[in-house]
Write a protein that binds this ligand. Sequence first.
Ligand code: ASP
Length: 310
Amino acid sequence: MKRISLAIHGGAGTLVKGMMTAELEVQYKAALKLALDEGYKVLEQGGTAIEAVEVSVKLLEDSHLFNAGRGSVFTADETHEMDASIMDGKTLNAGAVSLISNIKNPVSLARDVMENSEHVFLAGEGAMKFAKDQGYELKPTDYFYDEFRHKQWLEIKDTDSFQLDHSVKKDSKFGTVGAVACDVNGNIAAATSTGGMTNKRYGRVGDSPMIGAGNYANNNTCAVSCTGSGEYFIRGVVAYDVSCLMEHKDLSLLDAANDVINKRILEINGDGGLIAVDAKGNIAMPFNTEGMYRACKSSTGEEEISIYKE
Ligand code: ASP
């Protein structure tokens, strides 16, 4: 049997000691474990990488702990605008949505764009219209209310600044979620979902829904899901950069992912991390921040659920 693998993340960033309580840490790890186990079960039962990454990301979106789906941060207008994307490494099909609201699981809408539309990327009102045509029910806005996120927003709402959910020292919450998987047939896939940045405005969109920047999958190289300061990840075309280093420089998954996160993106001041798998089931989870919520599991017995640098 071929090696199956799954890796997930719940955001990378700075975590000030003392902000994270032992209790909260247990909650985060439990949420990661649930998403990991359920996604992995899909792979074990012979499901596809696409199915597995959707299952894992949906569970992370359903948790208020992460900045995606239910736990999405507040925009400058005190609303939630969510972005998500998904990509199939076997076919290079992809789907993405941006600036959507009241949708419980943005990653599923991204998958519907991939499978049930002729397009790759739908945004704003148009994406919402597509969701309606696909039969999506809208969640009431208070489903997305989280006291901590609201407090984060209140602190900067009258300023011009917008902030990464996890980049400010006093912030104990990380953000964006993602999953990458390699299934029993050696097909790989990636999915990413986020509420973006606190106090964002002007229709700001980060890297998460952008194929090549925050999310990418290609059976010949790797599947990648990123988290970090989106503006830098877009400019670094980070997810595709990992793939390019493998394709054109013949680097291994680990070397390519490390090179991008610990060198290339740092050179333009980008902070964050990524998770990646290749079609042999190898896993990489580098980050250049203090921590990254992350977990992985593979049929070789590898299993990890961590937050900080070991
Ligand atoms: N990359 C996301 C964005 O810029 C944020 C994050 O990873 O937390 O929208």
